[in-house]
Structure formats: C-alpha cells, structure tokens
Design a binder for this molecule. Structure first.
Ligand SMILES: Cc1ncc(COP(=O)(O)O)c(C=O)c1O
Length: 432
C-alpha cells in the first residue's frame, strides 16, 4: 500500500462536502454578498439588505445590559426559551391569537425566526415532501427546505396589471386555483408570509380563508411567517391565519425580535402553535442550537412587556410611515412606478425604464444574472444608492417576473432616506 504523497497531491478539496449543499442555491454567491457594502463604493447608501441603521430603543438595550450584569442570563437557557420571554410572548400574542397560550407547550424561542423556521422543516419534512411557497419568497426558505430534504413548489403572486397606475401591495394577487393545482400527494406544508417580504403585501382575510380551506382539505401544515406583524400601515388589518376556524391546530406562527425592536443581529425569534407542532420542533431546535442566547432573550422580554404602555409599536409604525413617504415621494417625482407597501419595510421600484450601457464595467458576479442585477449595480455605482434585484426571490423559471423590480428598504433613519431621495433624483438622467 503506497502512502499518500502529500507534497504532490491536490489537497484543496480533500474531503467531499455533502451533496445537500448543491441544491437550494446554498453554494451560489447570494445577492447579499454581491450587493454587500464591501463591494460597493464606501459612500453608497445601503437600502439593500433589510436591517436598520439605528439602534434598538434605549429601554430595551438597558434591559440587555442589566441581563449581562446578573449571573443566570449569562448561562444556558431552557431550550424552550427563558420563561420571562415566554410569559411576555403569551401576554402579548395571546389576545391577538384569541388563546390562553401555554408557555410550556405552545411557545418556542428560537435563534431568530430563521432558525425557528429551519427547525420546523427539520421536524416535519420527510425526503421529497413538497413545500408550497408564494413567489417572490424570502430567499432563506429555499435552502432551508432543501437542506431538510424538502422540495419547494412555487406559486406566483401576480404583479399589478399594467393598467393600474398607482399600485399598492394589494394589487399583487394570488390565484387560488393555482395554489390548488400545486398540491400533490407529497405536499406537506404551505408557507404564508404576511406582511410580505419583498412586496409588502398584507394578505386579506379572504385570501387567507381560501388558503386555509386548501390546508384543511389536503391536511397541510401552515407556516405563517409574520415577522413584520408590527409594521402594517394605512389602517390595514393584519389577520393571523392561526385565528381562522380550525387553523390553530395546523399553523405555526413565526415572530422576530429583530424586526420588532430594530435588533436583527440579536438573533431572537419565536414560534407559536399547538403542542403537536411545537414539541417536535423543540426536539429539532435543541439539537441545532440547544438554546437561544440568554441575555438578549431577557431584553426581548422587556421589549414585549413594556411595548403597550410605551405605545412603542404605534410610534414605530408612524416613524416607518414617514420613512416610507420619503422614499415613495422620490419615486413619484421621478415618475416611476412602484408598489406602495401596506406592510413590512420594502418598496418595489419598477426599473424597466432605467437604461444603462450594456458595456458598463459590470463585475462578473452580476453578469449572467437577470437584467435587474445589472440595473441595481448601475444604480448603486452611478446614483450611490444600493437596492436588491428582485429576481433573486424567484425560482429560475420565473426569474423574469422579478427582473422588472428593485427592492429598496426603508428601515433607515430619515436623514439617510432624505439623502438617498436626493441622490435618486439623478436617476432621471437614465430613464428611457
Ligand atoms: C419574511 C422573513 N422571514 C424571516 C426572516 C428572518 O428573521 P430573523 O432575522 O428573525 O431570523 C426575515 C428576515 O429578513 C424575513 O424577511
């Protein structure tokens, strides 16, 4: 037997990695890396990735500091989450879900909504099980489903008709017959995201009822991603699908302290649902992270405990309404079409009229992708405002729908948004 000659052998790929990484775009250079601040000019205003450029409220960070000063929250928490946070979730969400939530079996704290969703997939998907998701979709769903052996099945949200001159997110519609047609004997789950990233759509009661009827008919688990539940504008009603008749038993509702308290880096989220969904998911999350970081759970608990008395979410909603206006006014002045979002913190701008030289020095990473990748790159370099190309939120077959749009995030302070609006004025030189 000859020994491996380590000096001549190619040692750069000695150990083959798991084939699951090859599916679900896990290895592809993702849009966040391409449009990350390090690749863009230093003074480019980042309206791309959806995180805030302001701090969480002081009274919430003070609670985090206090937690760090005492001993227990510096150590492992129960995998279900710290009892103070579970109690706070019960008090805050119980009335909205019209239930006396059981903190021991119906609430699970997770490391961000993302890990919670991953754990649900781990707990419930068998190899080849199908998961229906509406396109455009929050991009993490795809690898999270495929890593767990699932198969994403896409149903489009239809863009506003050309005849609609001032579209809102409500003009993006579902065709319930298409949802029904997507169901097969392998369908296990359907993901509903309301308010929606990236469209800002707040699903209507009627839409949710029609989805609920299909879930009931075909015995589907419903994952209701409601991480933007505290950002619903214009008096629109946020309906929780778990409250529709019969739906509690098959629905897991997903929340995030990151979105609620401007603390996306804290990685604290939660799942609420019946014991039959939460218990298996607890088994998965315990293996994946064991528990979520303890001090920031205490801080998230303080946030939920005090939010009502401080009218925090009401004030925050007003602030976001003003932020939305700065950006939408800029698009109005340019005469460009955009989708007025009724929830979340994104505006989809129709970029079909933005013209750019095809021989512009685009990096390799955006060449070979949709037109929207080149348009967003051009806008970032020439105008100094970054955004996210929306084809990334579609499967390959339907990417052409997304190519017409760029997503601008307005979770930034007013000064930044006003400066972005000023810069976006220059876009008029590049319109056809
Ligand atoms: C629709 C949606 N779901 C889930 C998440 C993940 O939330 P978290 O940061 O709590 O993991 C995001 C984050 O952008 C999102 O937009």
């Amino acid at each position: 037997m000859s020994a491996i000659n380590s000096s001549t052998q190619d040692r750069s790929r000695l150990i083959p990695f798991s084939s699951r990484l090859k599916e679900g775009r896990a290895l592809a250079l993702d849009v966040w890396s391409i449009f990350s601040a390090v690749n863009l000019p230093a003074d480019c205003i980042n309206l791309g990735q959806g995180y805030m450029n302001f701090a969480p409220p002081k009274w919430v960070t003070t609670a985090a500091e206090q937690a760090l000063q005492s001993v227990p929250p510096n150590h492992y928490s129960h995998p279900r989450g710290r009892i103070r946070l579970r109690e706070a979730i019960k008090a805050f969400y119980g009335p909205q879900l019209q239930r006396d939530l059981d903190v021991e079996s119906e609430i699970l704290v997770t490391s961000g909504a993302n890990e919670g969703q991953y754990s649900v997939f781990t707990a419930f998907l068998e190899q080849g099980d199908e998961v229906i998701m509406f396109e455009p979709f929050f991009d993490q769903y795809l690898p999270s489903v495929t890593f767990n052996g699932g198969k994403p099945v896409y149903v489009p949200l239809h863009p506003p008709k050309d005849s609609v001159t001032k579209p809102t997110s409500n003009d993006w519609t579902i065709d319930i017959d298409e949802v029904r047609a997507a169901v097969t004997p392998r369908t296990k789950m359907i993901i509903v995201n309301t308010p929606h990233n990236p469209i800002g759509k707040v699903f209507t009661r009627k839409e949710l009822e029609s989805i609920a009827a299909i879930a009931e008919e075909f015995n589907l688990l419903v994952m209701s991603d409601e991480v933007y539940d505290c950002l619903v504008f214009d008096g629109k009603e946020h309906v929780r699908i778990a409250t529709l008749p019969g739906m509690w038993d098959r629905t897991v509702t997903v929340g995030s302290a990151g979105k609620a308290f401007a603390a996306t880096g804290w990685r604290v989220g939660w799942l609420i649902g019946p014991q039959s969904i939460i218990q298996p998911t607890l088994a998965a999350t315990t293996r994946i992270v064991f528990c979520t970081n303890s001090p920031l759970q205490e801080a998230a608990a303080a946030g939920l405990e005090q939010a009502k008395e401080r009218k925090f979410f009401e004030t925050q909603r007003e602030e976001y309404t003003e932020r939305r206006k700065v950006l939408s006014d800029a698009f109005d002045e340019l005469g460009l079409k955009y989708t007025q979002p009724e929830g979340s913190y994104f505006i989809l701008l129709d970029i079909s009229q933005v013209k750019f030289p095809e021989d512009y020095p685009f990096p390799q990473s955006v060449l070979g992708r949709g037109r929207d990748f080149r348009a967003c790159w051009f806008i970032a370099m020439e105008i100094g405002v970054s955004s996210i190309p929306v084809s990334e939120f579609y499967c390959e077959e339907h990417a052409n729908i997304g190519e017409a749009y760029a997503r601008f995030a307005f979770c930034k302070d007013l000064d930044t948004l006003r400066e972005a609006a000023k810069r976006l004025h220059k876009l008029k030189d590049y319109l056809q």
